[in-house]
Design a protein around this ligand. Structure first.
Ligand code: HEM
Ligand SMILES: *[C@@H]1O[C@H](CO)[C@@H](O)[C@H](O)[C@H]1NC(C)=O
Length: 360
Protein backbone atom coordinates (compact mmCIF):
# COMPACT_ATOMS: atom_id res chain seq x y z
CA UNK A 1 0.00 0.00 0.00
CA UNK A 2 2.69 2.44 1.13
CA UNK A 3 5.04 1.38 -1.69
CA UNK A 4 2.29 1.90 -4.26
CA UNK A 5 1.81 5.38 -2.90
CA UNK A 6 5.53 6.16 -3.14
CA UNK A 7 5.67 4.75 -6.66
CA UNK A 8 2.66 6.81 -7.65
CA UNK A 9 4.20 9.93 -6.17
CA UNK A 10 7.47 9.23 -7.92
CA UNK A 11 5.86 8.75 -11.32
CA UNK A 12 3.97 12.00 -10.77
CA UNK A 13 7.29 13.77 -10.15
CA UNK A 14 8.83 12.15 -13.23
CA UNK A 15 5.96 13.08 -15.55
CA UNK A 16 5.77 16.64 -14.27
CA UNK A 17 9.49 17.22 -14.24
CA UNK A 18 9.73 18.07 -10.56
CA UNK A 19 12.73 15.74 -10.30
CA UNK A 20 14.93 16.13 -13.38
CA UNK A 21 15.83 12.67 -14.63
CA UNK A 22 18.91 13.62 -16.64
CA UNK A 23 19.86 17.19 -17.27
CA UNK A 24 20.11 18.49 -20.84
CA UNK A 25 18.55 15.32 -22.16
CA UNK A 26 16.45 16.83 -24.95
CA UNK A 27 17.84 18.24 -28.18
CA UNK A 28 15.72 21.05 -29.60
CA UNK A 29 15.86 23.27 -32.72
CA UNK A 30 19.31 24.45 -33.90
CA UNK A 31 20.94 21.77 -31.73
CA UNK A 32 20.08 23.54 -28.49
CA UNK A 33 19.53 21.43 -25.40
CA UNK A 34 16.93 21.55 -22.65
CA UNK A 35 16.30 19.52 -19.54
CA UNK A 36 13.04 18.20 -21.00
CA UNK A 37 11.50 17.75 -24.46
CA UNK A 38 8.46 19.79 -23.47
CA UNK A 39 10.74 22.82 -23.06
CA UNK A 40 11.77 22.77 -26.75
CA UNK A 41 8.81 24.86 -27.90
CA UNK A 42 10.21 27.74 -25.82
CA UNK A 43 13.32 27.96 -28.01
CA UNK A 44 11.04 28.65 -30.95
CA UNK A 45 9.12 31.28 -28.99
CA UNK A 46 12.49 32.73 -27.92
CA UNK A 47 13.74 33.12 -31.51
CA UNK A 48 10.44 34.66 -32.56
CA UNK A 49 10.09 37.25 -29.77
CA UNK A 50 13.77 38.22 -29.79
CA UNK A 51 13.50 38.99 -33.49
CA UNK A 52 9.98 40.34 -33.71
CA UNK A 53 9.19 41.87 -30.32
CA UNK A 54 12.53 42.87 -28.79
CA UNK A 55 14.28 44.36 -31.88
CA UNK A 56 16.82 41.53 -32.16
CA UNK A 57 17.56 41.13 -28.46
CA UNK A 58 17.48 44.71 -27.18
CA UNK A 59 16.44 45.94 -23.71
CA UNK A 60 13.78 48.06 -25.39
CA UNK A 61 10.41 49.56 -24.50
CA UNK A 62 8.66 46.23 -25.18
CA UNK A 63 11.00 44.60 -22.66
CA UNK A 64 10.03 47.18 -20.05
CA UNK A 65 6.34 46.68 -20.79
CA UNK A 66 6.71 42.89 -20.73
CA UNK A 67 8.31 42.99 -17.29
CA UNK A 68 5.54 45.28 -16.02
CA UNK A 69 2.98 42.83 -17.43
CA UNK A 70 4.42 39.91 -15.42
CA UNK A 71 3.58 41.89 -12.29
CA UNK A 72 0.14 43.09 -13.34
CA UNK A 73 -0.95 39.57 -14.29
CA UNK A 74 0.49 37.90 -11.17
CA UNK A 75 -0.49 40.37 -8.46
CA UNK A 76 -4.18 39.83 -9.20
CA UNK A 77 -4.18 37.35 -6.35
CA UNK A 78 -5.80 37.89 -2.95
CA UNK A 79 -5.98 35.09 -0.36
CA UNK A 80 -7.65 37.68 1.88
CA UNK A 81 -10.63 37.89 -0.51
CA UNK A 82 -10.73 34.09 -0.78
CA UNK A 83 -11.01 33.83 2.99
CA UNK A 84 -14.11 36.01 2.69
CA UNK A 85 -15.38 33.54 0.09
CA UNK A 86 -14.91 35.98 -2.78
CA UNK A 87 -12.84 35.12 -5.86
CA UNK A 88 -9.50 36.89 -5.38
CA UNK A 89 -7.88 36.20 -8.75
CA UNK A 90 -5.70 33.35 -9.96
CA UNK A 91 -2.27 35.04 -9.80
CA UNK A 92 0.13 34.45 -12.69
CA UNK A 93 -2.55 32.78 -14.79
CA UNK A 94 -2.71 34.90 -17.95
CA UNK A 95 -6.04 36.43 -16.96
CA UNK A 96 -4.88 39.92 -17.92
CA UNK A 97 -4.54 38.66 -21.52
CA UNK A 98 -7.50 36.27 -21.61
CA UNK A 99 -9.78 38.92 -20.11
CA UNK A 100 -8.01 42.00 -21.36
CA UNK A 101 -11.38 43.58 -22.21
CA UNK A 102 -12.08 43.66 -18.45
CA UNK A 103 -8.68 43.94 -16.76
CA UNK A 104 -7.11 46.63 -18.95
CA UNK A 105 -9.99 48.92 -17.97
CA UNK A 106 -8.74 48.88 -14.35
CA UNK A 107 -6.98 52.20 -13.62
CA UNK A 108 -3.73 50.60 -12.42
CA UNK A 109 -3.48 48.57 -15.66
CA UNK A 110 -3.58 51.61 -17.91
CA UNK A 111 -1.15 51.20 -20.79
CA UNK A 112 -0.85 47.40 -20.56
CA UNK A 113 -3.15 46.87 -23.57
CA UNK A 114 -0.36 47.56 -26.11
CA UNK A 115 2.01 44.86 -24.89
CA UNK A 116 -0.86 42.39 -24.36
CA UNK A 117 -1.87 42.72 -28.01
CA UNK A 118 1.77 42.53 -29.14
CA UNK A 119 2.36 39.30 -27.18
CA UNK A 120 -0.95 37.57 -27.90
CA UNK A 121 -0.15 36.47 -31.50
CA UNK A 122 3.05 34.75 -30.33
CA UNK A 123 1.10 32.72 -27.75
CA UNK A 124 -1.48 31.70 -30.36
CA UNK A 125 1.10 30.92 -33.06
CA UNK A 126 3.17 28.66 -30.80
CA UNK A 127 0.21 27.15 -28.91
CA UNK A 128 1.40 28.16 -25.46
CA UNK A 129 -0.82 29.41 -22.63
CA UNK A 130 -1.26 33.11 -22.01
CA UNK A 131 0.07 32.79 -18.45
CA UNK A 132 3.26 31.06 -19.62
CA UNK A 133 3.67 33.54 -22.49
CA UNK A 134 3.59 36.56 -20.16
CA UNK A 135 6.17 35.17 -17.72
CA UNK A 136 8.40 33.85 -20.51
CA UNK A 137 8.44 37.19 -22.35
CA UNK A 138 9.30 38.92 -19.07
CA UNK A 139 12.21 36.58 -18.35
CA UNK A 140 13.60 36.73 -21.91
CA UNK A 141 13.16 40.51 -22.01
CA UNK A 142 15.05 41.02 -18.76
CA UNK A 143 17.91 38.87 -20.09
CA UNK A 144 18.46 41.48 -22.82
CA UNK A 145 19.40 44.11 -20.25
CA UNK A 146 23.06 44.40 -19.20
CA UNK A 147 23.53 43.54 -15.54
CA UNK A 148 20.24 41.68 -15.19
CA UNK A 149 19.85 38.29 -13.51
CA UNK A 150 19.02 35.23 -15.59
CA UNK A 151 15.47 34.73 -14.35
CA UNK A 152 13.88 31.37 -13.70
CA UNK A 153 11.21 30.22 -16.15
CA UNK A 154 8.71 27.60 -15.05
CA UNK A 155 6.28 26.37 -17.73
CA UNK A 156 2.90 24.73 -17.37
CA UNK A 157 0.28 27.34 -16.45
CA UNK A 158 -3.16 26.27 -17.65
CA UNK A 159 -4.71 28.34 -20.41
CA UNK A 160 -7.73 28.92 -18.25
CA UNK A 161 -8.47 31.83 -15.95
CA UNK A 162 -11.22 34.03 -14.58
CA UNK A 163 -10.92 37.83 -14.63
CA UNK A 164 -9.00 39.13 -11.65
CA UNK A 165 -10.94 41.57 -9.45
CA UNK A 166 -10.12 45.29 -9.59
CA UNK A 167 -7.99 47.22 -7.06
CA UNK A 168 -5.34 44.53 -6.45
CA UNK A 169 -2.54 46.27 -8.40
CA UNK A 170 -0.72 48.93 -6.32
CA UNK A 171 -0.73 52.52 -7.56
CA UNK A 172 2.08 55.08 -7.17
CA UNK A 173 -0.16 57.36 -5.08
CA UNK A 174 -0.74 54.58 -2.51
CA UNK A 175 0.95 54.91 0.88
CA UNK A 176 3.80 52.62 1.89
CA UNK A 177 1.47 51.07 4.49
CA UNK A 178 -1.19 50.26 1.92
CA UNK A 179 1.33 48.83 -0.57
CA UNK A 180 2.86 46.73 2.22
CA UNK A 181 -0.62 45.47 3.15
CA UNK A 182 -1.61 44.63 -0.45
CA UNK A 183 1.70 42.95 -1.27
CA UNK A 184 1.61 41.16 2.09
CA UNK A 185 -1.76 39.70 1.18
CA UNK A 186 -0.15 38.23 -1.94
CA UNK A 187 2.71 36.79 0.13
CA UNK A 188 5.51 39.38 -0.12
CA UNK A 189 7.19 40.94 2.91
CA UNK A 190 8.50 44.55 2.79
CA UNK A 191 12.04 43.38 1.88
CA UNK A 192 10.64 41.47 -1.08
CA UNK A 193 8.76 44.57 -2.25
CA UNK A 194 12.07 46.44 -2.33
CA UNK A 195 13.58 43.52 -4.25
CA UNK A 196 10.79 43.62 -6.84
CA UNK A 197 11.03 47.40 -7.21
CA UNK A 198 14.51 46.93 -8.70
CA UNK A 199 12.42 46.34 -11.85
CA UNK A 200 12.05 50.12 -12.05
CA UNK A 201 15.72 50.34 -13.07
CA UNK A 202 14.54 49.30 -16.55
CA UNK A 203 11.37 51.32 -16.66
CA UNK A 204 9.64 54.44 -17.88
CA UNK A 205 6.21 56.01 -17.53
CA UNK A 206 3.68 56.73 -20.25
CA UNK A 207 0.44 57.35 -18.41
CA UNK A 208 1.00 59.15 -15.11
CA UNK A 209 1.96 62.21 -17.15
CA UNK A 210 0.79 61.39 -20.71
CA UNK A 211 2.37 64.61 -22.02
CA UNK A 212 5.86 63.07 -21.59
CA UNK A 213 5.59 59.38 -22.61
CA UNK A 214 8.76 57.31 -22.28
CA UNK A 215 10.17 59.32 -19.36
CA UNK A 216 12.39 56.86 -17.43
CA UNK A 217 12.72 56.28 -13.68
CA UNK A 218 16.52 56.39 -13.83
CA UNK A 219 19.20 57.69 -16.18
CA UNK A 220 19.94 54.20 -17.63
CA UNK A 221 16.61 52.49 -18.43
CA UNK A 222 18.20 49.82 -20.62
CA UNK A 223 20.72 48.70 -17.97
CA UNK A 224 19.83 46.65 -14.89
CA UNK A 225 21.98 48.71 -12.52
CA UNK A 226 21.51 50.48 -9.18
CA UNK A 227 21.27 53.97 -10.68
CA UNK A 228 17.57 53.72 -9.88
CA UNK A 229 18.32 53.13 -6.18
CA UNK A 230 20.78 56.02 -6.12
CA UNK A 231 18.75 58.53 -8.12
CA UNK A 232 15.53 57.96 -6.14
CA UNK A 233 17.49 59.23 -3.10
CA UNK A 234 18.62 62.49 -4.74
CA UNK A 235 16.79 65.67 -3.78
CA UNK A 236 13.83 66.32 -6.10
CA UNK A 237 14.24 69.64 -7.92
CA UNK A 238 12.79 69.14 -11.41
CA UNK A 239 9.23 68.97 -12.80
CA UNK A 240 9.71 66.83 -15.93
CA UNK A 241 6.31 67.57 -17.54
CA UNK A 242 3.83 70.38 -17.21
CA UNK A 243 3.02 70.05 -13.52
CA UNK A 244 3.28 67.30 -10.92
CA UNK A 245 0.64 64.58 -11.29
CA UNK A 246 -1.04 62.27 -8.79
CA UNK A 247 1.50 59.59 -7.81
CA UNK A 248 4.43 61.74 -8.96
CA UNK A 249 7.06 63.72 -7.05
CA UNK A 250 9.71 66.15 -8.31
CA UNK A 251 12.67 64.31 -9.87
CA UNK A 252 16.38 65.05 -9.55
CA UNK A 253 17.22 65.16 -13.27
CA UNK A 254 15.74 66.71 -16.37
CA UNK A 255 14.01 64.01 -18.42
CA UNK A 256 13.64 61.70 -15.41
CA UNK A 257 10.37 60.74 -13.67
CA UNK A 258 9.92 59.97 -9.99
CA UNK A 259 7.05 57.84 -8.71
CA UNK A 260 5.88 58.85 -5.25
CA UNK A 261 5.85 55.21 -4.12
CA UNK A 262 9.49 54.65 -5.18
CA UNK A 263 10.63 57.78 -3.33
CA UNK A 264 8.73 56.74 -0.20
CA UNK A 265 10.10 53.17 -0.14
CA UNK A 266 13.61 54.61 -0.60
CA UNK A 267 13.11 56.74 2.55
CA UNK A 268 10.87 54.62 4.79
CA UNK A 269 12.67 53.48 7.99
CA UNK A 270 11.50 49.90 7.30
CA UNK A 271 13.12 49.70 3.87
CA UNK A 272 15.69 52.54 3.53
CA UNK A 273 18.77 50.57 4.65
CA UNK A 274 18.09 47.70 2.26
CA UNK A 275 17.41 50.19 -0.54
CA UNK A 276 20.67 52.05 0.11
CA UNK A 277 22.69 48.81 0.35
CA UNK A 278 21.85 47.89 -3.24
CA UNK A 279 23.71 51.02 -4.50
CA UNK A 280 27.01 49.34 -3.65
CA UNK A 281 25.91 45.69 -3.85
CA UNK A 282 24.66 44.95 -7.35
CA UNK A 283 25.17 41.19 -6.92
CA UNK A 284 22.85 41.09 -3.93
CA UNK A 285 20.31 43.33 -5.65
CA UNK A 286 20.02 41.05 -8.67
CA UNK A 287 20.06 37.77 -6.77
CA UNK A 288 17.27 39.02 -4.50
CA UNK A 289 15.34 40.30 -7.53
CA UNK A 290 15.66 36.86 -9.11
CA UNK A 291 14.31 35.13 -6.00
CA UNK A 292 11.38 37.52 -5.66
CA UNK A 293 10.56 37.20 -9.38
CA UNK A 294 10.52 33.42 -9.07
CA UNK A 295 7.82 33.78 -6.42
CA UNK A 296 5.90 36.41 -8.39
CA UNK A 297 5.90 34.38 -11.60
CA UNK A 298 4.36 31.36 -9.89
CA UNK A 299 1.77 33.09 -7.68
CA UNK A 300 -1.36 30.96 -7.59
CA UNK A 301 0.43 28.04 -9.29
CA UNK A 302 1.56 24.66 -7.94
CA UNK A 303 5.29 24.64 -8.61
CA UNK A 304 5.42 20.83 -8.33
CA UNK A 305 3.14 20.56 -11.35
CA UNK A 306 5.33 22.86 -13.47
CA UNK A 307 8.38 22.16 -15.63
CA UNK A 308 11.59 24.08 -15.14
CA UNK A 309 12.54 25.42 -18.58
CA UNK A 310 15.04 28.02 -17.30
CA UNK A 311 17.71 26.56 -19.64
CA UNK A 312 15.98 28.42 -22.47
CA UNK A 313 16.49 31.87 -20.93
CA UNK A 314 19.61 33.58 -22.36
CA UNK A 315 22.50 34.55 -20.08
CA UNK A 316 22.55 38.37 -19.66
CA UNK A 317 25.72 40.41 -20.22
CA UNK A 318 27.45 41.39 -16.96
CA UNK A 319 27.53 44.95 -15.64
CA UNK A 320 31.12 46.16 -15.46
CA UNK A 321 30.61 49.60 -13.95
CA UNK A 322 30.13 50.60 -10.30
CA UNK A 323 27.36 53.07 -9.41
CA UNK A 324 28.37 56.72 -9.80
CA UNK A 325 26.55 59.98 -9.14
CA UNK A 326 25.10 61.66 -12.26
CA UNK A 327 27.23 64.52 -13.63
CA UNK A 328 26.75 67.69 -11.61
CA UNK A 329 25.59 65.90 -8.41
CA UNK A 330 27.52 65.40 -5.18
CA UNK A 331 26.91 63.43 -1.99
CA UNK A 332 25.38 66.64 -0.58
CA UNK A 333 22.41 66.15 -2.94
CA UNK A 334 21.56 62.78 -1.32
CA UNK A 335 18.69 62.52 1.13
CA UNK A 336 20.33 59.74 3.14
CA UNK A 337 17.59 57.79 4.88
CA UNK A 338 19.28 54.81 6.53
CA UNK A 339 19.98 55.61 10.18
CA UNK A 340 22.39 52.75 10.88
CA UNK A 341 24.75 52.93 7.87
CA UNK A 342 26.36 56.12 6.51
CA UNK A 343 25.68 56.80 2.84
CA UNK A 344 28.60 55.51 0.71
CA UNK A 345 31.03 58.01 -0.82
CA UNK A 346 30.52 57.84 -4.59
CA UNK A 347 32.40 59.52 -7.42
CA UNK A 348 30.46 61.55 -9.95
CA UNK A 349 30.32 61.21 -13.72
CA UNK A 350 32.43 63.90 -15.43
CA UNK A 351 31.06 66.79 -17.46
CA UNK A 352 28.04 69.07 -17.25
CA UNK A 353 24.64 67.71 -16.26
CA UNK A 354 22.54 66.60 -19.23
CA UNK A 355 18.89 65.66 -19.61
CA UNK A 356 17.98 61.97 -19.57
CA UNK A 357 16.75 60.93 -23.05
CA UNK A 358 13.29 59.43 -23.57
CA UNK A 359 12.66 55.73 -24.13
CA UNK A 360 11.20 54.62 -27.50
C1 HEM B 1 4.69 47.78 -5.78
C2 HEM B 1 4.36 48.88 -6.29
C3 HEM B 1 4.48 49.33 -7.72
C4 HEM B 1 3.93 50.48 -8.17
C5 HEM B 1 3.10 51.48 -7.37
C6 HEM B 1 4.29 50.60 -9.56
C7 HEM B 1 3.88 51.62 -10.38
C8 HEM B 1 4.29 51.81 -11.69
C9 HEM B 1 3.86 52.88 -12.55
C10 HEM B 1 2.87 53.96 -12.16
C11 HEM B 1 4.48 52.74 -13.73
C12 HEM B 1 4.33 53.65 -14.95
C13 HEM B 1 3.29 53.06 -15.88
C14 HEM B 1 3.02 53.97 -17.04
O1 HEM B 1 2.66 55.12 -16.82
O2 HEM B 1 3.21 53.55 -18.20
C15 HEM B 1 5.31 51.58 -13.64
C16 HEM B 1 6.11 51.11 -14.64
C17 HEM B 1 6.78 49.93 -14.58
N1 HEM B 1 6.73 49.01 -13.56
FE1 HEM B 1 5.96 49.29 -11.73
N2 HEM B 1 5.04 49.52 -9.93
C18 HEM B 1 5.18 48.71 -8.84
C19 HEM B 1 5.83 47.50 -8.81
C20 HEM B 1 6.39 46.90 -9.92
C21 HEM B 1 6.86 45.54 -9.96
C22 HEM B 1 6.80 44.56 -8.81
C23 HEM B 1 7.34 45.34 -11.23
C24 HEM B 1 7.96 44.10 -11.84
C25 HEM B 1 8.40 43.08 -11.20
C26 HEM B 1 7.20 46.56 -11.95
C27 HEM B 1 7.66 46.78 -13.23
C28 HEM B 1 7.50 47.95 -13.93
C29 HEM B 1 8.13 48.21 -15.19
C30 HEM B 1 9.14 47.33 -15.90
C31 HEM B 1 7.66 49.46 -15.62
C32 HEM B 1 8.03 50.20 -16.91
C33 HEM B 1 7.03 49.96 -18.01
C34 HEM B 1 7.45 50.69 -19.28
O3 HEM B 1 8.53 51.28 -19.32
O4 HEM B 1 6.68 50.64 -20.24
N3 HEM B 1 6.60 47.48 -11.13
N4 HEM B 1 5.17 51.02 -12.38
C1 LIG C 1 -6.08 30.17 -24.70
O1 LIG C 1 -7.34 30.71 -24.39
C2 LIG C 1 -7.84 31.65 -25.32
C3 LIG C 1 -9.17 32.15 -24.80
O2 LIG C 1 -8.97 32.85 -23.59
C4 LIG C 1 -7.96 31.04 -26.69
O3 LIG C 1 -8.38 32.00 -27.64
C5 LIG C 1 -6.61 30.47 -27.11
O4 LIG C 1 -6.72 29.82 -28.35
C6 LIG C 1 -6.13 29.50 -26.07
N1 LIG C 1 -4.78 29.05 -26.41
C7 LIG C 1 -4.43 27.77 -26.40
C8 LIG C 1 -3.01 27.46 -26.67
O5 LIG C 1 -5.23 26.89 -26.20
Amino acid sequence: MFTTFILLLFSLFITTGAIPTTLNSATCSKGRTASRTSCCVWYDVLDDIQENLFDGGQCNEEVHESLRLTFHDAIGYSPKMMRRLKFGGGGADGSIMAHSDIETRYAANEGTDDIIELQRPFALKHGVSYGDMIQFAGAVGVSNCIGAPRLEFMAGRLNFSLPSPDLLVPEPSDSVDSIIARMGDAGFNPAEIVDLLASHTIAAQDNIDPSIPGTPFDSTPSVFDANFHLETLLKGTVTPGNGIRKGELMSPLRGEFRLQSDALFARDPRTACQWQSYITNHDLMVSRFRAAMSKLATLGQFRLLMTDCSDVIPVPKPLLKATTLPAGKTNADIEASCKSTPFPILSADPGPSTAVPRVG
